[in-house]
Design a binder for this molecule. Structure first.
Ligand code: SF4
Ligand code: SF4
Length: 334
C-alpha cells in the first residue's frame, strides 16, 4: 500500500491545551525552548492545575491536554493531574524526556493516558546523547520498553536539526523494534536557547532543500511499517491556502507564571493574548500576539517574518518564493 501525506486542517471544534505544569528539568538539552524568565520557575500545586484545567472545559468541543514541563514527571502529582484531566473529558498526553520520575508508570494507567510521548533526537547514544545528555538514550529506550510492556500507547518526538537530520532514517527500525505507534518529527525553532549564540542556531538550522530531501521520504518509510507519522508542513506554495492557527484554531500554551499564549513562536515575549489571574482566564489588552495574527502578508506567518526573516527566499521581483506555513500546520501519513 502506498501512503500519501495529507495536510491536517485546523479543527475549529477542537481545543488543544499545552500545559507546562513546571519548568524544572533534570536535563539541559541543546535546543531547549524553556525560558524561566518568561515562563516562570514555579511548580504548580495540584489544586491549581485542577482549577486551571477546568477553565478550558468547553461543552460541545473536543479537548486535548498535553502535559509538559520542564519534565512533567518531576511533578509528584502528575498522575492525579492526568486523572483529573481525563475526568473532565479531555484526551490526555504526557510528553516526557524518558526519565519517568515518581514511579509514574505504576501510578497512572493506560486507560487514563491516551499517549505517553518520549523525546529522542537520535537512533543511538552517539547521535542522541550529545544533544540531550550523557546516558539519556539508554534510560529513555529502557523506559519506552517498560511502558509498551505495561500496555501504554507510546509516541516519540524527534527534533530535527543539522546535527541529526541524516540519522532520522535509522529511527524507523528502532521505532518498529520498540513498538512505538506514533512518530512526531519536529523542526528546530528559533526560540529560547536555540536562538542564543551558545547553541549556534545558524549551525543547527536545516535548509528547506535538506528538509524536503529527507523528512517526507523517512515519514513514508515509517508509515509503510504501520507507524503514524506527523511532521510540520513548514513551506507552502504561493497558490496554497495559508491559515494562522491563532485565527482559526484553539490552541492554548499555558505556563506556570500564568501566561497563556496562542502561538508557540511568541513564547519568548510578553505578548501573550491571555493570562490566568486568580484562577480566571483573562484577555490581555494592548499589543498582544492576537493583533499580529490578523496581519495578511505575502510571506505567510507573521511571527516567522518577524523572528526569522532569513528563512524566507525572495525572487528577483522581491516576492517570496514560498510562503512559510503556520508552525502548527502538520502533515500526517500512515
Ligand atoms: S527535556 Fe525538555 S525541558 Fe528538559 S532540557 Fe530537554 S528540551 Fe528542555
Ligand atoms: S506560527 Fe505564525 S501562523 Fe502559526 S499561530 Fe503563530 S503567527 Fe500564526
Amino acid at each position: 500500500m502506498t501512503h500519501v501525506a495529507r495536510t491536517v486542517a485546523f479543527k475549529p471544534g477542537e481545543r488543544n491545551i499545552f500545559f507546562h505544569i513546571l519548568t524544572a528539568c533534570n536535563l539541559s538539552c541543546r535546543h531547549c525552548y524553556i525560558n524561566p524568565a518568561q515562563h516562570g520557575s514555579e511548580t504548580l500545586a495540584l489544586e491549581t492545575i485542577q482549577r486551571w484545567l477546568e477553565l478550558f472545559v468547553a461543552p460541545g468541543k473536543t479537548g486535548n491536554v498535553i502535559f509538559l514541563g520542564g519534565e512533567p514527571t518531576l511533578h509528584p502529582d502528575l498522575a492525579a493531574a492526568v486523572a483529573h484531566a481525563k475526568g473532565l473529558g479531555f484526551g490526555v498526553t504526557v510528553d516526557s524526556n524518558g526519565y519517568l520520575f515518581h514511579d509514574f508508570l505504576h501510578r497512572t494507567d493506560p486507560d487514563l493516558l491516551d499517549y505517553l510521548s518520549f523525546s529522542l533526537d537520535g537512533p543511538d547514544p552517539e547521535v542522541n546523547d550529545p544533544l540531550r545528555g550523557s546516558g539519556v538514550f539508554a534510560t529513555c529506550v529502557a523506559n519506552i520498553k517498560r511502558a509498551v510492556a505495561l500496555g501504554f500507547r507510546t509516541s516519540l518526538i524527534y527534533t530535527v536539526s543539522s546535527r541529526n537530520l541524516l540519522h532520522l532514517e535509522r529511527m524507523v527500525p528502532l521505532l518498529v523494534e520498540l513498538g512505538v505507534k506514533k512518530f512526531f518529527i519536529q523542526v528546530i525553532g528559533l526560540r529560547g536557547r536555540s536562538a542564543g549564540p551558545a547553541a549556534g542556531d545558524h549551525v543547527f538550522q536545516v535548509s528547506r532543500d535538506r528538509w524536503l530531501a529527507v523528512v517526507p521520504g523517512v515519514a513514508a518509510r515509517a508509515a509503510a511499517q504501520g507507524i503514524q507519522v506527523t511532521y510540520p508542513k513548514v513551506f507552502i506554495d504561493q497558490d496554497e491556502k495559508f491559515e494562522c492557527a491563532g485565527r482559526v484554531a484553539e490552541n492554548y500554551f499555558i505556563f506556570p507564571n500564568g501566561r497563556v499564549y496562542q502561538c508557540p513562536l511568541c513564547e519568548d515575549y510578553p505578548i501573550n493574548a491571555w493570562r490566568i489571574e486568580d484562577d480566571d482566564l483573562v484577555k490581555n489588552e494592548g499589543l498582544c500576539e492576537d493583533r499580529l495574527f490578523t496581519l495578511d502578508i505575502p510571506e505567510g506567518c507573521v511571527m516567522n517574518k518577524l523572528l526569522q526573516p532569513d528563512t524566507i527566499d525572495y525572487d528577483e521581483k522581491g516576492r517570496p518564493s514560498h510562503k512559510i506555513s503556520c508552525c502548527l500546520l502538520k502533515q500526517e501519513i500512515g
